[in-house]
Design a protein around this ligand. Structure first.
Ligand code: FEO
Length: 167
């Protein structure tokens, strides 16, 4: 059985992952209106990844005999100044998610809940990858000033991204 404080924080994280999915879906729609089909696709894959992060928590809470309590998902921002602004937002959002994950690890350690520590370790590693990949794109976008032939090339590259289901 899972400690109730931990159960509550895992439910909050489930909500945060669903909000992340929602945010990236909103970015996908916005980027489509900006004639960036590759980045719009990239965000849709990101949306799928976040849903998978959420579902991993969903299953874990149930596996531990906890109660999943779904909360309201707040509406995400719908418009940005442009592609650089979008990715700056992504970089900041992922840093925020990392902070949340770290807090969850702290709580699990405090509660001596080793199973949750192990689960959260997966998220810690995932965040390292996510932060690195979005920072990489953000830096490249700044390099080309978010426009011209460079943007065309990056958009074409973004189109190649595929979703890999997680275990
Ligand atoms: Fe689920 Fe992008 O963190």
């Amino acid at each position: 059985m899972i400690n109730s404080k931990l159960e509550q924080e895992l439910n909050n994280q489930l909500n945060a992952e669903l909000y992340s999915a929602y945010l990236y879906l909103s970015m996908s729609a916005f980027l489509s209106t900006k004639n960036l089909p590759g980045f719009s696709h990239w965000m849709k894959v990101q949306f799928e990844e976040e849903q998978a992060h959420a579902m991993k928590l969903f299953q874990y809470i149930m596996d531990r005999g906890g109660m999943v309590t779904l909360q309201e998902i707040k509406a995400p921002q719908a418009e940005w100044k442009g592609i650089i602004d979008v990715f700056e937002n992504v970089v900041n959002h992922e840093a925020y998610i990392t902070e949340r994950i770290n807090n969850l690890v702290d709580l699990a350690l405090e509660q001596k809940d080793h199973a949750t520590v192990t689960l959260m370790q997966w998220y810690v590693n995932e965040q390292v990858e996510e932060e690195a990949s979005v920072r990489d794109i953000f830096d490249q976008l700044k390099l080309i000033d978010g426009q011209g032939a460079g943007l065309f090339m990056l958009d074409r590259e973004a189109r190649q991204r595929t979703f890999t289901p997680i275990k």
